[in-house]
Design a protein around this ligand. Structure first.
Ligand SMILES: *[C@@H]1O[C@H](CO)[C@@H](O)[C@H](O)[C@H]1NC(C)=O
Ligand SMILES: *[C@@H]1O[C@H](CO)[C@@H](O)[C@H](O)[C@H]1NC(C)=O
Ligand SMILES: *[C@@H]1O[C@H](CO)[C@@H](O)[C@H](O)[C@H]1NC(C)=O
Ligand SMILES: *[C@@H]1O[C@H](CO)[C@@H](O)[C@H](O)[C@H]1NC(C)=O
Ligand SMILES: *[C@@H]1O[C@H](CO)[C@@H](O)[C@H](O)[C@H]1NC(C)=O
Ligand SMILES: *[C@@H]1O[C@H](CO)[C@@H](O)[C@H](O)[C@H]1NC(C)=O
Length: 414
């Protein structure tokens, strides 16, 4: 969508007087494990179920994940289940061709399901299907990202993708304190992001580790320079793995911290009160749509996580199981106008330029912490084919429009 189209949409939304409701994200989320026990145990003598990706599917839950079988990573899906209590008895279907640490979504512009994953022929790969319930019905492997991640000991790890109206964005981690981003035109997707990525967040390895996920926040008011996109990143902690959060007003722009380190996490041991698990680790917020927008509703926020009990196992042999955590303190529901109190409103929009204008954004957050981690941080041996080429590929510029008066409350929603 062009800048002009954005404006037209805004104008027509204003004319239609569309309103909607939304919740901001709480600055200090409080969760409960619901239930405080694993939702399912591995079948087939597998060691673990992990790295979950979830979509709502025809009124039921569709979950894919990684599994470990006799120290070897594979992937699987669960048979559809209606209520979370049904996950325990849902079938667990191993995949003949592994899609480790998967990301599942419906790409609406082309009416096709896409499953992205790591450790295929290139750093990240994808496969497509018309029937995502069939674990072994996915098409051939295609390259999603062919580059590397400078400084990442095991190469690029834990991809996610998300779209706005114009672009597809790839975000990934490197077990190295960096979060990376690559951008491509939405019209070229499904397709490859190519070999280039930009480092967009940098911290210590402990404080930005892996399992990055990015979501659209349901109902956020587009004219306000409000939080519109949420990023969560798994960190190593002294107690256990936990998530930090960041927000942005556009996916090609800067992400700034919302919830912080282990003492005030987005989700961790301290603010979930989970007892059965040491860690609150790699998972997926429960989305309100199944499509490329990865929309979540902060009025009703839940997250499918992986956890484990006390263990001395090496990292790859940890018996990870799924559980659900539910936000206990959603912010008050708001209607129409957003939470900005300023009468001078800033609109931040991203518009594609036909010129070669480019910049790379980089936010550096630093914290003095001294974490001692209680378990191995190794996920897998370094793939031998990793190339460490990371070059800026940002192709967006930010246009800032200042309005002198508060406009009629308008909503722009997909
Ligand atoms: C698990 O791995 C073993 C080999 O270690 C293999 O024989 C078996 O078929 C696998 N089972 C499943 C369900 O993947
Ligand atoms: C597990 O893998 C090891 C090493 O590859 C192999 O020796 C062993 O037979 C496997 N166990 C099973 C139950 O397949
Ligand atoms: C189940 O897995 C364990 C550990 O890998 C192995 O010792 C055992 O032989 C396996 N059992 C079967 C039936 O494969
Ligand atoms: C799951 O299956 C077990 C054994 O077949 C049964 O005891 C249990 O009630 C079932 N649980 C649910 C939630 O259906
Ligand atoms: C990747 O970046 C390099 C260096 O800036 C550039 O020469 C190359 O054209 C880029 N490749 C793609 C596919 O964008
Ligand atoms: C993003 O952050 C960088 C570094 O803090 C800053 O220089 C830049 O102006 C920011 N960009 C936007 C669009 O806010």
């Amino acid at each position: 969508m062009s800048f002009r189209t954005s404006l037209n949409l805004l104008v027509s939304a204003a004319a239609a007087g569309i309103t909607a409701q939304y919740c901001d994200l709480p600055a200090s989320p409080q969760w409960a494990a619901t239930p405080d026990a694993p939702l399912a145990l591995p079948m087939h003598n597998w060691t673990s179920l992990k790295d979950f990706t979830h979509v709502p599917y025809e009124g039921q839950h569709l979950v894919y994940g990684s599994n470990v079988n006799n120290s070897t990573y594979g992937s699987m899906n669960f048979g559809l289940f209606k209520d979370w209590s049904g996950m325990a008895n849902a079938s667990q279907n191993g995949m003949n061709s592994p899609t480790v640490a998967p990301t599942l979504f419906y790409f609406a512009p082309k009416s096709i399901w896409v499953l992205c994953y790591q450790w295929g022929p290139t750093a990240f790969s994808y496969r497509t299907s018309l029937d995502p319930t069939n674990a072994n019905g996915w098409g051939p492997t295609e390259p999603l990202y062919t580059g590397g991640a400078a400084g990442a000991p095991y190469g690029p790890i834990d991809q996610t993708v998300i779209a706005d109206d114009d672009n597809m964005y790839l975000f990934f981690a490197g077990d190295d304190g960096s979060i990376y981003r690559s951008i491509m035109d939405i019209d070229s997707f499904p397709g490859s992001f190519g070999p280039n990525a930009t480092t967009i967040l940098m911290d210590t390895t402990e404080n930005l580790f892996e399992a990055v996920q990015v979501y659209k926040l349901k109902g956020q008011y587009v004219l306000h320079a409000l939080t519109k996109w949420l990023m969560i990143v798994e960190c190593e902690g002294s107690v256990g793995r936990y998530f930090r959060s960041f927000t942005a007003t556009n996916l090609g722009g800067n992400f700034t911290e919302l919830s912080g380190l282990e003492s005030n996490p987005f989700a961790g041991k301290s603010n979930t009160k989970i007892t059965w698990s040491q860690d609150v680790s790699h998972g997926d917020l429960i989305r309100s749509t199944n499509d490329q927008t990865f929309e979540v509703d902060p009025c009703n926020l839940q997250m499918l996580i992986q956890g484990h009990g006390p263990t001395t196992a090496a990292y790859n042999d940890i018996p990870w199981y799924p559980d659900l955590i539910t936000l206990q303190n959603p912010a008050p529901m708001q209607y129409g106008g957003g939470s900005s109190s300023s009468s001078s409103m800033k609109t931040t929009m991203t518009t594609k330029m036909s010129t070669s204008t480019s910049h790379s954004t980089s936010t550096s957050t630093s914290h003095s912490t001294s974490h001692s981690t209680s378990h191995s941080t190794t996920k897998c041996p370094a793939p031998s084919t990793v190339t460490h080429t990371v070059t800026p590929s940002a192709k967006t510029v930010t246009v800032t429009v200042t309005h002198s008066a508060a406009p009629t409350p308008t909503w722009y929603q997909n």
